[in-house]
Write a protein that binds this ligand. Structure first.
Ligand SMILES: C[S@@+](CC[C@H](N)C(=O)[O-])C[C@H]1O[C@@H](n2cnc3c(N)ncnc32)[C@H](O)[C@@H]1O
Length: 273
């Protein structure tokens, strides 16, 4: 049975995960990583490889952590979940409920810390900001490969020395969020469901950012966003917040109650009524 729900180091199997995306395999960078890479390969139903593929996606397992890499004829792009260093750590460290539009959209500024389900976890950056601002966040992710990156990011963050209260606020669950939200027991219903689904690549316009290129190569644009929005609206006690590109139409064509619009991103807020 594939993957995992984890909280504070505990893991348990769950069973509604789709098959993993099309990675060519897992490349251990040094002999010390072979056992970890092997365990991951078994879990993802992937193979170990000895060198990067000529083209395509693969996971690179090194002493510094796990990377998802996309090799093309011209480039080798890499992403990983990073909470303890770099731009994301700086942003989270300086975040406030007033400065972060996502926090205002989720009602953290008005109501204080609350329970949020991030139903499209991705690399966990939005969830990290919310958790740093005191929210309890359950992250749901359907891709076993992305889930492995998130676990690796949490694992590295948990080994850092500075205070990590926020890590205890986050819980990771693998599987289809629409199913999880529909079967959510009354006592588990979150105040807020946050959605940031993949956005279809425009036929014209600039190249998407590195993360988006790799995520699109792994996942495509195949989110069933209409049913996800419906499930989210049925589960959320107070509101659903949807992150969209600034000029995109609303999800499922459903107009939100209000919007918070930033330079390139917009948060559509659907209140529970
Ligand atoms: C654009 S990314 C989210 C990025 C994220 N907000 C962040 O801060 O890194 C969308 C993610 O949602 C996941 N996803 C889409 N539909 C889902 C579903 N029904 N259940 C769980 N995860 C889903 C995709 O696998 C992908 O990893």
């Amino acid at each position: 049975m594939p993957i995992i729900a984890s909280q504070a180091g505990k893991t348990k199997p769950i069973n509604n995960l789709p098959k993993s995306g099309t990675i060519a395999g897992i490349l251990p960078s040094v002999a010390e990583c072979r056992a970890t890479a092997w365990g991951l390969a078994k879990r993802l139903g992937a193979k170990l490889i000895d060198s990067p593929p000529a083209e395509g996606l693969y996971l690179a397992c090194s002493i510094e952590g796990l990377w998802l890499r996309l090799r093309t004829a011209h480039r080798d792009l890499a992403i990983r979940a990073e909470f303890g260093a770099g731009r994301q750590a700086y942003r989270a460290g300086h975040a406030s409920p007033r400065s972060e539009a996502i926090a205002r959209a989720c009602g953290l500024r008005r109501y204080g810390p609350r329970y949020v389900v991030d139903a499209t976890a991705g690399l966990g950056r939005d969830a990290h900001i919310l958790a740093r601002l005191g929210a309890r966040v359950t992250l749901l992710e359907q891709s076993p490969v992305i889930l492995a990156l998130l676990e690796d990011g949490f694992d590295r963050a948990s080994r850092q020395t500075q205070s990590l209260d926020w890590l205890g606020h986050m819980r990771l669950i693998g599987g289809d969020a629409a199913i999880w939200l529909r079967s959510c027991a009354p006592a588990q219903r979150p105040e807020v469901v946050f959605l940031d689904p993949m956005y279809p690549r425009q036929a014209k316009g600039g190249a998407p950012r590195k993360e988006m290129q790799i995520l699109q190569a792994l996942l495509g644009n195949a989110d069933d966003t209409d049913s996800l929005l419906q499930a989210a609206r049925a589960a959320a006690l107070d509101r659903v917040v949807v992150k969209r590109p600034r000029h995109a139409g609303p999800l499922a064509g459903e107009a939100p109650h209000y919007r918070i619009t930033g330079r390139s991103t917009r948060f559509d807020v659907y209140l529970h009524c």
